[in-house]
Design a protein around this ligand. Structure first.
Ligand SMILES: NC(=O)c1ccc[n+]([C@@H]2O[C@H](COP(=O)([O-])OP(=O)(O)OC[C@H]3O[C@@H](n4cnc5c(N)ncnc54)[C@H](O)[C@@H]3O)[C@@H](O)[C@H]2O)c1
Length: 334
């Protein structure tokens, strides 16, 4: 653990990624504040050095108070996919963009020395480039992605020697979290393969970059541990494998068939006009920071199968809590 950055505040820390990340920060020796509206509940258990704050990042007073004594912020909170964002664009904009600069300024005022921002590889939109690197123009296709990119620009303006700002553009995350999301590609396919024994693939030739949830957590931990001068003002793609949806479906089928022996998984193909491909190149984070992902898509599928066998993901085909858009709708966001 970086002793200069002992106290870490994770916005959105009760979400899919945060629920895996926060215990690992604690295990590394950090004191952690999770600041989250808890819209999707909270699977984190209260324990020494963990402070759970139910709060909204738009609540300036509460944010300022929570930031007192914090050394580093990992900013994950947001309305975190396109369909959820589109439910109420005014509300989503207020969370994903309007309160971003006030949050950064409050962090700076309170003496935070490092700000790590979870953007998204969706900021690039669709590109034919075989290797989408960090300098590729941002051509976001949706408001969710557009605001992700705009926040990056805001953050860059506040980079200072004593306020290290860094942006991560994660690929789609996959794998098990106690706060599970079954609205992400690999996770959805696995859920259907296990519980319906059938995966439906729309198109199939489109590439979809993914990263295992453990690897993205390792990225955030690395960005806390590393010397600030190495990452100040920088942006990093964080993806591992750029497979086509067909290839992902085959991997899911093979792992699920091996894990639940004797039950074949059918792959049904449906044609689509939407063959948009996304691929990100993550050489920069490897070359500059030595970060190399260690977990594959197959690992994520195996972890999900294990969690299902252990009964950790009950009613996974029907329970709304696994889908961000369904939870927000049932909370009256429309
Ligand atoms: N999961 C992915 O595939 C992926 C890919 C690229 C980028 N990201 C980014 O990584 C971050 C984490 O993703 P995730 O999958 O854990 O998302 P998530 O939706 O599971 O978690 C987001 C958390 O933010 C909280 N939140 C929402 N609005 C809030 C507010 N106004 N104040 C306080 N808390 C609020 C929610 O309650 C939730 O717990 C997000 O910023 C997301 O855009 C995720």
């Amino acid at each position: 653990m970086n002793p200069d950055l002992k106290n870490v505040l994770v916005t959105g820390g009760a979400g899919y990624v945060g629920t895996v990340l926060a215990p690992q920060l604690l295990a590394a020796g950090h004191s952690v504040t999770v600041f989250d509206t808890m819209w999707f509940g909270c699977e984190l258990q209260s324990q020494p050095r963990l402070k759970l704050v139910q709060g909204d990042i738009r609540d300036a007073e509460k944010v300022e108070e929570a930031l007192w004594g914090v050394d580093a912020v990992i900013h994950l909170a947001c309305i975190s996919n396109d369909p959820s964002f589109e439910l109420d664009e005014t509300l989503s904009t207020s969370i994903n963009f309007d309160c971003f600069e006030p949050l950064v300024l409050a962090a700076k005022r309170q003496g935070v020395r490092r700000f790590i921002y979870a953007s998204s590889s969706s900021v690039y939109g669709v590109s034919d480039a075989p290797d989408v690197r960090e300098e590729h123009p941002l051509l976001p296709l949706t408001l969710y992605s557009k605001y992700k990119g705009m926040c990056e620009e805001v953050l860059k303006r506040h980079q200072a020697q004593d306020f290290v700002c860094v942006t991560v553009r994660p690929a789609t995350v996959c794998g098990y979290s106690p706060r599970m999301r079954f609205d992400l590609t690999v996770n959805i396919l696995t859920n259907h393969a296990v519980n319906a024994r059938k995966i439906t693939v729309f198109g199939g030739s489109q590439k979809r970059p993914n990263i295992h949830i453990q690897d993205i957590c390792d990225v955030y931990k690395l960005l806390l541990d590393i010397e600030g001068a190495k990452i100040a003002g920088r942006t990093y793609n964080a993806g591992y494998q750029n497979y086509t949806v067909d290839e992902i479906a085959q991997m899911v089928k093979h792992v699920v068939e091996a894990e639940f022996a004797g039950k074949p998984v059918e792959i049904a193909k449906v044609s689509t006009n939407d063959l948009r491909s996304y691929h990100v190149n993550s050489d920069k984070i490897a070359n500059e920071l030595g970060f190399v992902p260690r977990h594959s898509i197959e690992d994520a599928v195996r972890d999900l199968c294990a969690a299902m066998k252990e009964g950790k993901l009950p009613e996974s085909m029907t329970d709304e809590r696994y889908s961000n858009v369904k939870v927000l709708k049932s909370r009256g966001v429309s």
